[in-house]
Design a protein around this ligand. Sequence first.
Ligand SMILES: [Cu+2]
Length: 144
Amino acid sequence: MKRIKRAGVLVALVCGTWSPGIGFGEFVPAGTLDQEEIAVTVRIESRRFIPHVVNLRTGQQVRLILKNEDVELHAFVPANLLVRTNVQVSGNGAPQFGKDEFHRVLIPSGGQVELVFTSKVEGSFPFFCDLPGHIMNGTIVVDG
Ligand SMILES: [Cu+2]
């Protein structure tokens, strides 16, 4: 039983197949298709996240759309928000996963990444770009 559960988690985290030049295919696990989903767009322009505050609700499935409108590469690094949370990644970014969770996604100039997840915990969660010299941050506020 334990092996089966673990396999399910891994499948949810792998999120599509990387193909150079094509990016990630969208991975939609069965059982989430009929959930109500909201879309939130955050643009990156002049080394700023716009808006820099995003309000979400616990239990709400969210499609977070990140658009890099700058001429340089940026990263989206959500601190603590997506710990032990299934995240579906699509678009032409390069996501990176830690042992148990989504770590960050690199978004090329002109690129777009979509993250689909459901926040379970209330709180204020900072996000930032961790590329050298980039002082870019924002906050995702999750209310119950
Ligand atoms: Cu940046």
